[in-house]
Design a binder for this molecule. Sequence first.
Ligand code: SAM
Length: 217
Amino acid sequence: MRAALRTEVWKQAQTGHLETWEGYARRGEKGSPERASIWRAILKEVEERRPFDPNERVLDIGCGLDSVLDFTPDVKRFTLDSLMAQLRPLGLNPELMHTAGLLEQIPYADASFDRVFLLNVLDHVWDPHSGLREIARVIKPGGKLFLSVDVYSGRRYWVKRLRKFYDRRRGARTKHPWVFAVPDVQRILSEMGFEVRPPVHIPGTKARRSFFSAERT
Ligand SMILES: C[S@@+](CC[C@H](N)C(=O)[O-])C[C@H]1O[C@@H](n2cnc3c(N)ncnc32)[C@H](O)[C@@H]1O
């Protein structure tokens, strides 16, 4: 899985995301009660592990049109999305500091953040390994990463993995170019210097979406 997408595959995936966000904006689903209840459930889980401190700097990467940070208590809130320039005209929360950029090249200094969220993003990105290495760089020692991603196991995992491998090679249009199993995520995070907890499921999210909490050592 140590690879990066071909440019056309990446661009097609981004077009797919933009169409999704434009649909959300058109149908008025941004910040919908369903999405809000998921963000609140995630924050409940996060706060049980460590309550927020008002001086914390928190980054949500791949936030899209609305963010889990819309529902946090008073902290210093930052977002990053490769589509940010296109998302601005669709309406973003003005209380957050929004930046356009790539997970694989996070435009912040080393050890800038106390907490980072990467929710439903890892299987969409250009290069998952480089992206997680960047998070390890910008997160402070002792800082927390909260990551959710769809995970597969058994035969389904291997079939999907093989299919995505060929999709990436032949430049097929897909919004999910990468496939993960729980041990994949745990291994990569450990390699990047995180201590990883066993994943949990967040009520209201898909059954296969796993939520990982990891601490930068
Ligand atoms: C499926 S959406 C997830 C949005 C939100 N986090 C959620 O849970 O609903 C994935 C988002 O990640 C962004 N994204 C994908 N690859 C990225 C990358 N390499 N760097 C930054 N953002 C990226 C996309 O533009 C899109 O807005």
